[in-house]
Design a protein around this ligand. Structure first.
Ligand code: DX5
Ligand code: ZN
Length: 229
């Protein structure tokens, strides 16, 4: 197969390759460095960092100091998912802490102008920019931004918690996004991903899968990761 490679500073996206991004939300928080090295030795290049503020979502998880600490112990791509209100307030701290990708939520913005402001702010720090949509948000809402994004994150559960059941209807948004997108856009899916739902998302056009409980809840991380694609 012909593989076209796009160089994204340290992020290499190879067309035809599926990027697995294990969510450390389901990892052992007392041993994050080991948990990250364990998935690295299983072959992954990204880790997914779920930031929750207790407002945009009901849960609270981790923040800037943890990203800063992770940056010191890993060279993996820090794929940072901001489930927070007022994302513009926290872009600079997360960028300076070492996030490689900052994905914020369409629903956290007042209007299209606000979305553009956050996109441009993230780009001003030379960080890759992702935009995410919750299950009830229609993909048409984000079409106008697609050309300026590095990643679109389609949520297949309501954000806020790991270990929820995959919502098939949400995955059906993938083909319309793929059709409208430039060909090097990363289309990522997050929520309820396992060996079966991963195949559904890949067949619909996703090229990046976030998986938390499926990987970190398994006995053998490598086996779980390899079963996803
Ligand atoms: C949910 C988070 C996810 C979560 C996925 O709000 O955005 O990244 O960790 O967990 P699983 O894979 O267990 O559904
Ligand atoms: Zn996430």
């Amino acid at each position: 197969m012909f593989l076209k490679q796009y160089k994204y500073d340290k992020i290499y996206f190879v067309m035809g390759k599926i990027i697995i991004s294990p969510s450390i939300l389901s990892a052992d928080f007392a041993n994050l460095e080991q948990e990250i090295n364990a998935v690295k030795s299983a072959g992954v290049e990204w880790i997914h960092v779920d930031v929750m503020d207790g407002h945009f979502v009901p849960n609270i998880s981790i923040g800037v100091p943890v990203v800063k600490s992770l940056r010191k112990v890993t060279d993996l791509v820090l794929d940072t998912h901001l489930m927070i209100e007022n994302p513009e307030r926290y872009i600079e701290p997360f960028a300076k802490a070492g996030a490689d990708i900052l994905t914020f939520h369409y629903e956290a913005c007042r209007d299209s102008k606000h979305v553009w402001e956050v996109i441009n702010l993230i780009k001003s720090f030379n960080v890759k920019v992702g935009l995410s949509i919750k299950p009830k948000t229609s993909p048409e809402n984000i079409f106008e931004f697609l050309d300026c994004l590095d990643l679109v994150l389609v949520m297949t559960v309501e954000p806020g918690f790991g270990g929820q059941i995959f919502m098939h209807d949400c995955a059906m948004k993938i083909p319309s996004i793929k059709e409208k997108a430039k060909n090097n856009l990363i289309i990522q899916v997050d929520g309820g991903i396992n060996n079966l739902t991963a195949k559904i998302c890949i067949s619909l056009g996703a090229n990046s899968l976030v998986a938390g409980s499926y990987i970190y809840g398994s006995e053998d991380y490598k086996k779980a990761i390899e079963s996803l694609y």
